[in-house]
Design a protein around this ligand. Structure first.
Ligand SMILES: [Zn+2]
Length: 275
């Protein structure tokens, strides 16, 4: 499932392609014909993301709300002749101008909603480390009162928005936190360290298109970002994610896995032992 960094980059790309234009909206597949008709020809004001939700404001208080879910994709392509871009697969929504075509396929949710409905959705979401001025105290209040494990809580979008299965396993390893510790037994300093690490790591995911968590790679990407030479990465490396049975990069113990909060959690039993 795409995590918050993917939606943030998507909002940025849509904004760069369409801001201030009046794209033609269609539903080649037909399932979103009425919604597309509502926004077609209206001025694209701006796109933004909050966690795994994408919002696009069109003039006249019409907001496009998209959640990609597990398999959805939204691709933005530059074409010389947008009108000639072939429709490939089941395209729920196409936004087209003279020089850009964006195709949405397989989303979990795609709707045109009001500003009040946008507010209703975002008020139920926890802070997103990529948004301007997020409130980590809101997440802390929910974590520190909960008997659920920290591994479950990090996946709960009402606690923290944008973090998915890869970032939760990796950040808990990076901070050596026992994933099965209940939220109410987590120290404030531990939460602060987790939050700051996510604030630090997510922009690297936006810049490279990959989740970067292994320290050598983190430093390498940071150095390249500092001089404005970031390339998209093709491979992801991880400490624990999908490394079950392999030796821990730090202590050599075997990485373990178990379903927690509906998804496979990965962790090192030795590095992340309860202290
Ligand atoms: Zn280890």
């Amino acid at each position: 499932m795409p995590e918050g960094h993917t939606l943030f980059a998507l909002a940025r790309d849509l904004d760069a392609a369409y801001r201030g234009t009046q794209p033609t909206a269609t539903s080649p597949q037909g399932r979103f014909a009425a919604g597309a008709a509502l926004i077609s020809g209206r001025t694209f004001v701006h796109a933004t993301s909050w966690g795994k939700h994408l919002f696009v404001e069109f003039e006249g208080d019409a907001w496009l709300h998209v959640h990609l879910g597990l398999i959805g994709t939204f691709t933005v392509d530059q074409h010389r002749y947008a009108g000639e871009a072939p429709v490939v697969g089941q395209v729920r929504l196409r936004l087209a101008t003279e020089d850009h075509v964006a195709d949405l396929r397989g989303p979990n949710l795609c709707a045109v909603i009001t500003p009040e409905q946008v507010e209703a959705v975002t008020s139920r979401l926890g802070p997103d480390p990529l948004r301007p001025e997020p409130d980590p105290d809101l997440a802390w209040r929910r974590i520190s009162r909960s008997s659920k494990t920290i591994a479950e809580l990090l996946m709960d979008q009402a606690v923290l928005a944008g973090v998915g299965n890869v970032y939760r396993s990796e950040v808990l390893f990076r901070k050596r936190v026992d994933p099965f510790r209940p939220g109410r037994e987590i120290r404030r300093s531990t939460w602060d360290a987790i939050w700051l690490d996510l604030v630090d790591l997510l922009p690297l995911g936006v810049a490279t298109g990959k989740i970067v968590t292994v320290e050598e790679q983190v430093e390498e990407v940071r150095e390249r970002m500092a001089v404005g030479q970031v390339d998209r990465l093709t491979e992801r490396s991880s400490y624990v994610y999908k490394r079950q049975g392999e030796p821990c990069l730090v202590c050599g113990s075997r990485i373990r896995t178990r379903v927690v909060g509906g998804r496979n959690l990965f962790w090192c039993g030795r590095c992340q032992r309860r202290r």
